[in-house]
Design a protein around this ligand. Structure first.
Ligand SMILES: Cc1ncc(COP(=O)(O)O)c(C=O)c1O
Length: 302
């Protein structure tokens, strides 16, 4: 048995570091009861955070948009994230920071008067599609039974727990023997799926939805790498027909990186194998995790 009590993960709750299995949220926290919450997830890979400052920037923006004032300032939060990883000893980790509206006093209805709460944790790295499945590529469907929640109702740029539409999309994917689903907006534009952004290679250009999506850090990394590699890439609005004609499709997330899609609605994408461009970008993506400007090493101590 591993003697480290944090080996399965380490959480920070109420100023204490505790083993992940013991961490909990008060049942009246409005992050839980009202989805009045934002969060961010950053990866640690081979002992280094990837694009940590970009994740902290996005988290701060999300808190501002929801008028949440988290307990921890940026430096204190960074320290907590490092400490969660250090205590767990995990070299490859999924590291989450959360800000909730908090626990109202009995009868309190004025959300301005509730003290906001912060949580954080590190657990072993999470894959939307594990590396074996990435070798063959994922079956993806375009959800037909569920529309993406309107961005005028819930701003998708603020990372959120309003996953009702995304989970419905997932069940549709399972019912149609696929791994996951991408959702369309009310106008029929392709948006995103449960935990990922999407790219397609269409007529010589890499496209990713311009609007109605989380501004994923992996998405940004793909755009950065495409620039470095001289691959034409842009954000655009496009519909299901464009996706159906694409030569390559991949999805992107901190939880799994760049993941090839090889069937769409049951039909092969391109030749039905992970695309050449997709594989090239995926290689560059993981290379960038071990050295370079986006990596901040964790000091695990002795
Ligand atoms: C809805 C949604 N879109 C996109 C992403 C991908 O964002 P990132 O690349 O920053 O992980 C996520 C990540 O969890 C997500 O939840």
């Amino acid at each position: 048995m591993n003697p480290n009590p944090f080996a399965e993960g380490c959480a920070w709750v109420d100023g204490q570091y505790i083993p992940i299995g013991e961490a909990s949220v008060p049942i009246t926290d409005m992050g839980f009861s009202r989805s009045d919450v934002t969060y961010d997830v950053v990866a640690v890979w081979q002992g280094g955070f990837f694009r940590l400052e970009d994740h902290l920037d996005r988290f701060e923006r999300s808190c501002l948009c929801l008028r949440l004032a988290p307990l921890l300032d940026r430096d204190a939060l960074r320290t907590v994230l490092f400490e969660c990883v250090r205590r767990s000893g995990l070299r490859d980790a999924y590291v989450e920071m959360i800000a909730t509206r908090g626990v109202p006093r009995a009868g309190e209805r004025d959300v301005r008067r509730i003290r906001n709460r912060s949580y954080a944790y590190a657990i072993p790295y999470v894959w939307i599609a594990d590396p074996e499945l990435q070798e063959t590529g994922l079956p993806l469907v375009i959800a037909r039974s569920t529309e993406r929640i309107s961005s005028r109702a819930v701003d998708p740029k603020v990372k959120n727990f309003h996953w009702g539409d995304l989970v419905r999309g997932l069940f549709e994917a399972y019912d149609r023997d696929a791994h996951t689903a991408v959702l369309l907006d009310a106008a029929g534009h392709v948006t995103e799926g449960p935990g990922f952004n999407l790219f397609c290679y269409y007529r010589g250009t890499l496209l990713t939805p311009a609007d109605g999506v989380l501004e994923g850090i992996t998405r940004r990394t793909v755009l950065d790498l495409a620039t470095q590699e001289g691959i034409p890439a842009r954000m655009a609005l496009f519909d299901a027909a464009t996706l159906a004609e694409a030569e390559e499709i991949f999805i992107t997330s901190t939880a799994g990186g760049i993941m090839p899609v090889t069937t769409l609605d049951g039909a092969p994408v391109g030749d039905g194998k992970p695309g050449l461009l997709t594989c090239r970008l995926r290689q560059r993506y993981w290379d960038a995790h071990t050295a370079g400007p986006w990596v901040t090493p964790v000091d695990y101590g002795a």
